[in-house]
Design a protein around this ligand. Structure first.
Ligand SMILES: NC(=O)c1ccc[n+]([C@@H]2O[C@H](COP(=O)([O-])OP(=O)(O)OC[C@H]3O[C@@H](n4cnc5c(N)ncnc54)[C@H](OP(=O)(O)O)[C@@H]3O)[C@@H](O)[C@H]2O)c1
Length: 294
């Protein structure tokens, strides 16, 4: 009896994972994986009902000991910092913080409205991602442990046509995380950059082109959490995409420019006209898809 009371008193509280963009796709799948391990969860996104659904899927809905939901736009940096301070006070510093929230739309910069879209993409995918990690840098540094994780993309390696904003946002994130990684190296804090290839989520549902090595969110998550556990500096998931990325890095511009033109283009936000300059192959592909949808 005394033994079990001692064990209870000495029991360490479960570790904490904070995940943005947890209302769908990769964020929801990452939440499920950490819930399965018995971690406490802090889940962040704008859609309250979808976030609640993630909590139900994780089996922690309504459990205030294991779950905090933060319905918030990650661009609201002040609000996020206030909530982070409250979390640090109540529960302490998370072991893992994952800046996952992101958006992806094709942009055609000759189209007046698309500059706003491009700026939004940078704000969310880069600015707000850093805003997510920032409140936890000092506490992790003084504790001497923790993992700051950014979900980047293979698209951050080179510019893709009609994807000027998304590619730039992910390239900026990759570089910023690299800076953070070297800054924090001596302090015991891991900074992990994860670059997914294609994963089947709402983000890729509108893609009308072939997506090689497409993974399910669960397949992605198992690999991503393994990389976070290992404190890997940079992980491309799946490995086949890592091979392609290495090739992409070294292909000379003249060859790249010709080859990439044959590849499919990210559609602009639904209901907008298709991105201009669409290659002939992709026009055919789009027509075929439209045919299937009708
Ligand atoms: N799927 C892929 O193939 C793929 C490939 C490479 C990289 N990625 C990256 O993986 C991450 C997750 O994407 P996904 O595929 O899971 O897409 P998704 O299903 O569309 O999920 C995006 C998540 O981000 C949240 N979000 C977007 N804007 C937000 C904002 N302003 N404030 C708070 N939350 C916001 C969304 O929640 P609310 O709408 O509820 O706010 C949603 O939970 C993104 O960073 C994406 O760039 C995905």
């Amino acid at each position: 009896m005394a033994d079990s009371a001692d064990a209870l008193a000495n029991a360490q509280p479960a570790p904490i994972a904070l995940i943005t963009g947890a209302s769908s796709g990769l964020g929801a799948a990452l939440a499920a994986e950490y819930a399965r391990r018995g971690w406490r969860l802090v889940l962040v996104a704008r859609r309250a009902d979808a976030l609640e659904q993630t909590a139900r899927d994780c089996g922690v809905s309504g459990d205030a000991q294991r779950l905090r939901l933060l319905v918030c736009d990650v661009r609201d940096i002040d609000r996020f910092r206030q909530e982070a301070d409250r979390l640090l006070q109540d529960w302490g510093c998370p072991q893992v913080v994952i800046a996952n929230a992101g958006i992806s739309h094709g942009v055609d910069l000759s189209h007046p409205g698309d500059l706003d879209m491009a700026i939004d993409i940078m704000d969310i995918n880069w600015g707000a991602a850093l805003g997510t990690l920032a409140p936890f840098i000092a506490p992790m540094r003084s504790r001497g442990s923790g993992a700051l994780v950014g979900i980047a993309s293979v698209a951050g390696l080179r510019g893709l046509p009609c994807h000027a904003a998304y590619c730039a946002s992910k390239a900026a994130l990759i570089r910023s995380l690299e800076s953070l990684r070297v800054e924090l190296r001596a302090h015991g804090v891991k900074v992990v950059t994860i670059s997914p290839g294609y994963v089947e989520t709402a983000m890729t549902a509108g893609n009308r082109f072939a997506m090689p090595f497409l993974l399910s969110p669960r397949q992605f998550t198992v690999r991503a959490v393994r990389a976070i556990d290992a404190g890997r500096a940079y992980a491309t998931i799946p490995w086949q995409m890592a091979v392609l990325s290495q090739l992409l890095r070294v292909v000379p511009r003249a060859l790249y420019d010709r080859a990439v033109n044959f590849y499919g283009r990210k559609p602009r936000k639904p209901d907008c006209e298709p991105c201009r300059g669409v290659s002939r192959r992709n026009r055919l592909l789009q027509r075929r898809w439209r045919g299937r949808e009708e």
